[in-house]
Design a protein around this ligand. Structure first.
Ligand SMILES: C[S@@+](CC[C@H](N)C(=O)[O-])C[C@H]1O[C@@H](n2cnc3c(N)ncnc32)[C@H](O)[C@@H]1O
Length: 320
């Protein structure tokens, strides 16, 4: 797929229905030969539409004016490409905890959580959020409320899970105390998604009270040793849970398979929340196909599918 197709595909399948501003911008970029030539000089993983658009927002580009955007981007290419080269798409969505929480609460408590691809670690606090599942009474308390639609026999717990210990691994851990890192996370939220922005700010405020422990590590290398070191540090009596959401798609298939094999060998449990085809064996075991045209993740426990989830935690559809 060439870069023009990539931007058009982004407009058609990702931005349409979610962000008219990004849809218009992505289409415009797809038709601007000079800008496409500049983008093509970047390494392939740096040509992501999301990365370009977030970098442009960081620099105060004319996001709302698709006509003016290409000439601005060309004139500012040096600064724009420097941000794209320095940064990664690391969207950290605390809302995903609403889809993980009932499963986490169903495991033997307390938990020792280890998140792979943790970004700033906002999903490492499932015990500190307040959950609103349709018309049920809130579960948990605190300044960050996570609303989530549900279907199927979700095992709603009376309270959130108990987390005895938490740590994360990331290619580039972000620091909730670092203003530049947090500004970048804000730019990764699409224009107009005000609820997500408010949630991010609230979750960052909460995480700043007790920042999570995050270590640098690359899933493309063998992370078996890093993960078994972390598991070994978990307090005795806590159930180790290695989990990840919206991460494995960044790896080639062979590396996903070796990661899955390494995690299966570790003590405790493994929770994945990824696009259905991404975790080896999950798609084949799904009880029903997700509705066409709807982007969903598959939530799985130890490789066994449990539910479909909304990619930002919008819904949780538990399998019977
Ligand atoms: C889309 S973010 C998701 C963050 C978080 N899991 C969440 O659900 O909010 C993907 C994260 O995976 C990390 N990542 C991507 N490739 C990685 C790799 N090879 N090794 C470790 N982390 C990686 C990125 O740095 C980024 O922080």
């Amino acid at each position: 797929m060439d870069t023009a197709q990539r931007f058009r595909g982004f407009a058609d399948t990702e931005a349409r229905g979610h962000s008219p501003v990004y849809e218009r911008l992505a289409r415009r970029v797809a038709s601007e030969r000079r800008l496409l030539e500049l983008i093509d000089r970047l390494p392939e993983p740096k040509r992501q539409p999301n990365l370009l658009l977030a970098a442009a927002r960081l620099l105060g580009g004319p996001i709302g004016d698709a006509r003016a955007f290409p000439s601005w981007a060309i004139a500012e290419w040096e600064r724009l490409s420097a941000v794209m080269l320095a940064r990664l798409t690391q969207t950290n969505e605390a809302g995903r905890c609403a889809t993980l929480m009932p499963l986490l609460a169903s495991l033997p408590q307390p938990l020792a959580l280890i998140e792979v691809g943790a970004s700033a670690g906002l999903c490492l606090f499932p015990d500190r959020y307040r959950y609103l599942y349709a018309d049920r009474p809130a579960i948990g308390a605190g300044p960050v409320s996570l609303a989530c639609r549900t279907s199927g026999p979700v095992p709603f717990p009376a309270r959130p899970p108990v987390v005895a210990w938490r740590a994360g691994v990331d290619l580039n851990p972000l620091d909730v105390r670092d203003e530049a890192d947090m500004r970048w996370l804000e730019c990764l939220i699409w224009p107009g998604q005000d609820e997500r922005l408010a949630r991010l700010r609230a979750a960052v405020g909460l995480a700043r009270e007790d920042p999570p422990r995050l270590v640098r590590g690359d899933l493309r290398d063998d992370l078996g040793e890093v993960l078994s070191d972390l598991v070994a540090q978990a307090p005795a009596g806590a159930t180790p849970v290695i989990f990840h959401s919206a991460v494995l798609a960044y790896l080639p298939a062979a590396q996903r398979a070796s990661f899955a094999a390494a995690v299966r060998d570790l003590p405790g449990h493994w929770i994945s929340n990824e696009s259905p085809g991404v975790v080896p064996g999950v798609r084949e075991a799904l009880p029903w196909a997700a509705p066409a045209g709807r982007t969903v993740f598959a939530l799985a426990l130890d490789g066994r599918p449990i539910a479909y989830t909304g990619p930002h935690g919008e819904h949780l559809d538990w399998f019977a």
